[in-house]
Design a protein around this ligand. Structure first.
Ligand code: CA
Length: 307
């Protein structure tokens, strides 16, 4: 069986769903993570956290710290500290982090595996956009790129007052998003927040279900004091890539505005002949069922997201 060769670009460290996503990828027998890059504030600490999580399951992965700031302007990321890293402070080993620019690191991995690498972006798109600027040929050498980002539709469960008009990952670097959506990646897989925000569970259910799991129990420690609940946006993105048959899709083209008064506003035009694919329906019961089965935990979908 040919494994999925994944290159993961993440802002792990201050929103727990990156940790849920990485745990899902590590649990899949059909996945080999070729490398991890990090982005947004304190990227080095985020890299150390990602490395520590991989080491917990005995699957060390090459990890490299990437861009902390967007391509243009200052970062909007207020939480510059990767606070979740404190949970694994004793497991961190800064010497494991690859001392190379994230762009060179990504380029090398893609060129060593032409046509086979699946780039999964679950944070700001800065590293990917910088890669495509410096080495335009790498976009066409990817097997696919998965983007967790954008808000493409109004849904009763994804109201503007809660989620804003511009989704977080795109807001972190709208110019990078425009470059990525405009690139010549062969298969662009897009998960908007209007679907991912449905993947929510109360914190107490998560803490209870994750008890005893090698990578998820420390994640549960990080969320144990949280009021309300916890989202699984990034884990949905990984599952949508690896198990697309579980979900509904539409082909078309995604775009990101950068010159309008709302930079970061995205749109999607339906077109069967275009190589962008947007997730249009994801059932939370199906998602949590598969997530629990893959991780061997008892996390069941109990109540819908109250937002
Ligand atoms: Ca993320």
């Amino acid at each position: 069986m040919d494994k999925h060769l994944i290159l993961l670009d993440t802002d792990i460290g201050c929103d727990i769903d990156d940790w849920y996503c990485l745990s899902y990828l590590l649990a899949r027998e059909d996945v080999e993570i070729l490398g991890i890059t990090t982005n947004t504030g304190n990227a080095i600490k985020r890299a150390e956290l990602a490395d520590a999580i991989c080491c917990l399951v005995g699957k060390p992965v090459k990890v490299c710290a990437g861009a902390e700031r967007p391509i243009i302007g200052e970062t909007l990321q207020k939480n510059l500290v990767a606070s979740e890293a404190e949970v694994l402070a004793e497991d961190m080993n800064p010497e494991n982090i690859i001392q190379e620019s994230a762009v060179d690191f990504m380029c090398r991995i893609i060129k060593q595996n032409p046509g086979r690498v699946e780039l999964v972006s679950i944070g700001a798109l800065t590293n990917s956009a910088r890669l495509f600027i410096a080495h335009p040929e790498t976009a066409g050498m990817l097997k696919s790129m998965t983007v967790m980002g954008g808000r493409f539709a109004d849904k009763p469960w994804c109201r503007t007052e809660k989620w804003g008009e511009i989704e977080w990952n795109i807001r972190m670097d709208p110019v990078a998003a425009a470059i990525v959506f405009d690139s010549c990646v062969r298969e662009m897989i897009i998960i908007g927040v209007e679907q991912s925000c449905r993947m929510w569970q109360p914190a107490e259910a998560v803490v209870s279900a994750m008890k005893g799991h090698v990578t998820l129990e420390p994640a549960a420690r990080a969320v144990s004091g949280w009021k309300g609940g916890t989202w699984f946006h990034d884990a949905l993105a990984a599952m949508a890539l690896l198990e697309p048959e579980l979900f509904e899709w539409q082909r078309g083209r995604a775009d990101c505005e950068i010159f309008a008064h709302t930079p970061g506003k995205v749109s999607f035009s339906s077109d069967k002949g275009v190589n962008h694919r947007l997730l249009t329906d994801a059932d939370p019961a199906v998602f949590f069922g598969r997530y629990s089965e893959t991780l061997g935990i008892g996390l069941l979908y109990t109540i819908p997201c109250p937002w």
